[in-house]
Write a protein that binds this ligand. Structure first.
Ligand SMILES: Nc1nc2c(ncn2[C@@H]2O[C@H](COP(=O)(O)OP(=O)(O)O)[C@@H](O)[C@H]2O)c(=O)[nH]1
Ligand SMILES: [Mg+2]
Ligand SMILES: [Zn+2]
Length: 313
C-alpha cells in the first residue's frame, strides 16, 4: 500500500494511505538512504510504500519515492548529520513582521536565497500590519515594493483583524499544495494556521521561546490538512530552512536581481565585491539594486564555503 507521511514523532510516522486511512508506521533500524547522513531517513511529505500490518497493529515503511526536494538542517552545529524537516514542498511562506518582533531584512533574504537554492517558490507575508503607525506602514509598503520588484509575491495582513483578505490570499496560494510556514517566534505563524484551518487548535501567544533556541530542539514535524486540499507543515522550533552551505560562486544565483545584473560585469567570475567593471556594484550605487539586499548578499558570501556546494537532491 502507498501513502503520504503526515507526521513524524521521532519514533514513529503517521502515513495517510491512498485509501484515506491513517496508519502508524515504523522503519527498520537499517533503513538508510544512500548519500545522506540523517537522523530521520523518512520525513513528512514523503510518499512511501508500507508493508502489511505487524501483529501489534503497526506497519513498516518499506520504500520512499524519489523526492522532488527536501529541506534539511544540521542536527547540531558540530554534527555532520542532518535532520530532514520535510520533503516535496511546493511553496514556502515566510511570515515577517515590521515590529513585535522585527524581522531583519537579512533574515528575509537568507530565507529567500535558501528557497531559491532548493528550487522552492517563496512568498513573503508581512503580518501585524494593524500595529503600524504611518511611517511604519510606509516602510512596510517599501518592503512590499522591493520584494515584488524582484519577483516575489508579498502579502500584507493582520491575522488578528476581521479582514479576511490576507487569509483568503494565502488559502488561494496554498490550495492543493504542500506549504511550509517559517518565521521567527512570535510573528503569528500559529495564529495564521488556526485561521486557515479552523479547529487546528495550535497554541499561540507568549512563547516558550527559550525552549526553541537550543541546539537539541526536538524536531517533530506535522502536516495539517487544508479544507481546500493540500497540507500545511508546521515545524515547531525551526525558524527557517536552517543553514545550508552555499558555495561562494553560487550565492549570486540565489539573488535573482543580482544574478540578472551580473551579466553586465566585466569578469564572468565577478564576486561583486571589489572587481573593476562590476555592474552589480554600479546598480547598488544607482539604487537599482537595494542596499539591504546587497548587504545580505555580502553576509551570505562571507559565510559561504570555497568548497563546491553539492545540491542535496
Ligand atoms: N496585533 C497583532 N497581533 C498578532 C497578529 N498575529 C498574531 N498576533 C499575536 O502575536 C502573538 C504570537 O503569535 P503566534 O501565532 O503564537 O506566533 P508564532 O510564534 O509565529 O506561532 C500572539 O499573541 C498573537 O495573538 C496580528 O496580525 N496583529
Ligand atoms: Mg507558533
Ligand atoms: Zn560584479
Amino acid at each position: 500500500m502507498k501513502g503520504l507521511v503526515i507526521k513524524n514523532t521521532g519514533s514513529h510516522y503517521v502515513v495517510k494511505c491512498d485509501d484515506g486511512n491513517e496508519v502508524n508506521c515504523r522503519i527498520k533500524g537499517n533503513f538508510r538512504i544512500r548519500g545522506i547522513r540523517t537522523t530521520n531517513p523518512v520525513a513528512v511529505g514523503d510518499h512511501v510504500s508500507i508493508s502489511d500490518f505487524a501483529p501489534d497493529g503497526t506497519a513498516y515503511i518499506t520504500a520512499i519515492e524519489q523526492r522532488r526536494n527536501y529541506i534539511i538542517r544540521r542536527a547540531s552545529n558540530l554534527s555532520k548529520e542532518s535532520h530532514i524537516i520535510a520533503a516535496n514542498i511546493d511553496i514556502a511562506f515566510l511570515i515577517a513582521t515590521i515590529k513585535e518582533p522585527e524581522t531583519s531584512t537579512t533574515f528575509i533574504d537568507r530565507f529567500l536565497a535558501t528557497a531559491e537554492a532548493y528550487g522552492i517558490r517563496a512568498v513573503v507575508i508581512i503580518n501585524k500590519t494593524d500595529l503600524l503607525d504611518e511611517d511604519e506602514q510606509q516602510y512596510a509598503e517599501a518592503m512590499q515594493y522591493l520584494y515584488t520588484s524582484i519577483g516575489y509575491e508579498v502579502v500584507m495582513m493582520s491575522a488578528t483583524s476581521n479582514d479576511n483578505s490576507g487569509i483568503d490570499h494565502i488559502l488561494q496560494l496554498a490550495a492543493g499544495r504542500i506549504s511550509l510556514f517559517s518565521g521567527n517566534s512570535g510573528v503569528g505563524k500559529s495564529t495564521i494556521i488556526n485561521r486557515l484551518i479552523p479547529g487546528a487548535g495550535l497554541k499561540t501567544g507568549s512563547i516558550s521561546a527559550a525552549h526553541h533556541t537550543g541546539m537539541h530542539t526536538t524536531t517533530f514535524s506535522e502536516m495539517f490538512p487544508l479544507p481546500s486540499g493540500g497540507y500545511i507543515i508546521d515545524t515547531p522550533g525551526i525558524k527557517g530552512f536552517g543553514t545550508i552551505d552555499f558555495d561562494k560562486s553560487q550565492v549570486a544565483h540565489y539573488f535573482p536581481e543580482i544574478f540578472r545584473t551580473a551579466e553586465g560585469c566585466r569578469y564572468y567570475n565577478c564576486t561583486h565585491t571589489h572587481e573593476p567593471g562590476c555592474a552589480v556594484r554600479q546598480a547598488v550605487d544607482e539604487a537599482r539594486i537595494s542596499q539591504s539586499r546587497y548587504t545580505s548578499y555580502l553576509s551570505i558570501l562571507d559565510d559561504a564555503t570555497e568548497t563546491k556546494y553539492r545540491k542535496p537532491f
